[in-house]
Design a protein around this ligand. Structure first.
Ligand code: FPP
Length: 238
């Protein structure tokens, strides 16, 4: 059975998980990192090529300052602490999103892990951080308009493949399976361009409870879907 080559995950429900246990929200985010570690390991074992996870959206700045600071430092510490293991597991880490608002410490941790793992050839782990699908499309339009003005692109010849080159990481393939935990059924501005033909899988569990077994369940659901990409099912009929 086919393993989806690119899985994207919206890791939702950390706060509710913490509240359900009478804990502070930040405990939910810490538990979320543990869950992510297990899922990254399982995805690698299953032979998934790319995994893209939503760690901080462009809208998450609206949260209380204390939670934003906590998420920033959790991200920075996690990158630093997990760098060696990810490197040794042959994982290639890339961070996508707007870098301008990020602190020097966070930027340094991002650069370090990207450089350390750049030549790895196992699982590609993309972390969407300060990421928004519309922001990505806006940033793409700004750069494309600049190239059009400078004569580096011809508006009449421009193709979807050309546009794709302006995404934060053009090497990220189409998403085959998009998983959202936490019971909500929406995209929340995640990978709008790349998810055009993604199969969607919604799971009631809060993210910290999501395990490698749950990943396998999601993949099993993907495997029995019929993907036609706007065409017709292959039936053997003329
Ligand atoms: C959504 O849960 C989760 C987030 C906004 C943050 C996700 C971050 C992590 C799993 C940890 C940091 C990631 C890395 C890569 C180190 P929520 O807070 O919206 O939960 P709620 O909907 O129950 O309030």
């Amino acid at each position: 059975m086919k393993i989806p080559s690119h899985i994207a995950i919206i890791m939702d429900g950390n706060g509710r998980w913490a509240r359900s246990k009478g804990l502070a929200r930040h405990k939910g985010h810490q538990a979320g990192v543990q869950a992510l570690t297990g899922v990254v390991r399982k995805a690698g074992e299953l032979g998934v090529s790319s995994l893209t996870v939503y760690a901080f959206s462009t809208e998450n700045w609206k949260r209380p300052g204390s939670e934003v600071s906590f998420l920033m430092s959790l991200f920075q510490q996690t990158l630093l602490r997990q760098a060696r293991d990810l490197f040794e597991n042959n994982t290639k880490v890339r961070v996508i999103g707007r870098r301008a608002q990020l602190s020097r410490g966070v930027l340094k941790a991002i650069n370090q892990i990207e450089e350390l793992t750049a030549k790895n050839e196992g699982l590609e782990l993309n972390i969407a951080f300060n990421y928004g699908g519309r922001a990505e499309i806006l940033d793409m339009v700004r750069r494309v308009v600049d190239d059009l003005a400078k004569g580096r692109q011809d508006i009449n010849q421009l193709t979807e493949e050309d546009l794709q080159q302006y995404l934060y990481n053009p090497a990220i393939p189409e998403i085959e399976l998009l998983i959202r935990t936490g019971g909500e059924q929406r995209l929340s501005n995640y990978l709008l361009w790349q998810s055009a033909y993604a199969e969607l899988y919604f799971c009631e569990k809060y993210w910290p409870d999501f395990t490698g077994e749950d990943l396998i369940k999601a993949i099993n659901s993907f495997q029995i879907r019929s993907r036609r990409f706007g065409g017709l099912e292959e039936t053997g009929d003329q």
